[in-house]
Design a protein around this ligand. Structure first.
Ligand SMILES: *Cc1c(COP(=O)(O)O)cnc(C)c1O
Length: 383
């Protein structure tokens, strides 16, 4: 008789909570005791520690990764008539924000191996946008799945076309490029602390990083309704965009084990690589970088092979997820903004990609079980 093991969790926040132990409760209890739920002392402590962690001069914590993107774009005055360049293969928040501000998200295709924005195509899209009568204004590089976007090339293009550089680092806090942690790769860096991100809170949260003191001051103003030097001095239109003190307390407790978690994620990714390369296309690495491994994404030869594999894995208790089933330029919400250009790499990858569980609380036995589940699926590596 087969013994059916319980399914492996795609994400296991309960195991992490148990591992963090009383330190986490002590942090939360401290907030309950002092009662400063908005901008309490934990918020400033977290900002100092996060800035030190990634080497940025300034950290401004905010209410979510999406709000971090919005505050960064509001601070530049991005709006009507502006083109904001971003990859078509990303989460909707990246493109939603420029549209909300009245600007036009201009979708750029991705690299077929690393899934990151394609700098050559970006150059082409800058020309396309200018021909549409839009003003090229900003490029949002997304560090997709935890690996850095091609920042040296993006910065070079941005400087030639006078574009603001914004790093959508929602998935990649803790990753490094050229030996330096992300946080300074662009003029501003937006991070998300959504619970499933590499560094996750117990609710929504985010942060902005910049080396520019004037930008940091503007971000602080914008996150509190555009306030000036006193609470009832309203300098500009802002948002209610602060990080809750309780979430800062949770993040402080988690920050203590974050480096160890990043190392564990890297070790699991390497074990997956070694065990899966015979079966599927394993993730290509961005040169000279480390990943935060928000997502470990493999490729099948085609959509039918992926569907069959997903069902076979599920039957063995191995969960999977698809990021992203549809590139943004094919989403109804962006139909009116998109110029109709085909983005063939994003379209093809969406049909072939699949994510496997990867988190710091995955045991060696669970990792081995995931790999073993691929035996018998056949060879789906696109070589
Ligand atoms: C998660 C995510 C966001 C949004 O972050 P929230 O904290 O959920 O608002 C933005 N961009 C990307 C690429 C993301 O993965």
């Amino acid at each position: 008789m087969d013994i059916v093991e319980p399914p492996i969790p795609f994400l296991d926040l309960k195991a992490q909570q148990a591992r963090l132990g009383p330190a986490l409760r002590a942090r939360i209890d401290a907030v309950m005791a002092h009662g400063q739920f908005i901008l309490g002392p934990e918020v400033a402590e977290l900002e100092t520690k996060l800035a030190a962690f990634c080497g940025a001069a300034h950290c401004v914590s905010v209410s979510s990764g999406t709000d971090a993107l919005q505050i960064a774009m509001m601070a530049e005055g991005i709006g009507r008539g502006d083109a904001v360049f971003l990859p078509a293969f990303t989460y909707t928040a990246t493109a939603e924000v420029p549209l909300l501000l009245g600007a036009v998200p201009v979708f750029v295709d991705i690299d077929a191996a690393t899934f990151q924005i394609d700098p050559e195509h970006l150059e082409q899209r800058i020309g396309d946008a200018a021909r549409r009568g839009l003003r090229p204004r900003a490029v949002v590089g997304v560090d997709l799945f935890g690996q850095p976007a091609p920042w040296p090339q993006l910065r070079d293009i941005a400087s030639r076309h006078d574009l603001f550089t914004l790093d959508d680092c929602a998935q990649a806090f803790g990753a490094a490029l050229g030996g330096a942690r992300l946080g300074r790769a662009a003029q501003a860096t937006a991070v998300s602390f959504f619970p499933s991100k590499p560094l996750g809170a117990y609710g929504d949260g985010g942060a902005l990083f910049t080396d520019d003191a004037a930008r940091a001051a503007l971000y602080r103003s914008l996150r509190t309704h555009g306030e000036g030097t006193t609470r009832y001095d309203v300098q500009r239109i802002g948002m209610n965009g602060r990080l809750d003190t309780i979430q800062a307390a949770v993040l402080l407790a988690k920050l203590g084990t974050f480096e160890a978690e990043l190392a564990r994620r890297e070790a699991i990714a390497r074990t997956y690589d070694a065990g899966l390369a015979r079966h599927v296309t394993i993730p290509a690495r961005v040169a000279d970088s480390t990943s935060a491994w928000a997502i470990y994404a493999i490729l099948f030869t085609d959509n039918a092979a992926r569907t069959a594999a997903q069902e076979a894995l599920r039957a063995q208790g191995v969960p999977s997820a698809i990021y992203y089933p549809k590139p943004l330029h094919h989403q109804p919400a962006y139909a009116g903004a998109h110029d109709g250009v085909a983005l063939p790499v994003s379209e093809a990858i969406a049909n072939r990609i699949m994510a496997l569980p990867l988190h710091a609380d995955l045991s060696d036995a669970q990792v081995a079980r995931v790999i073993a589940a691929f035996e018998g699926l056949g060879d789906h590596a696109a070589r």
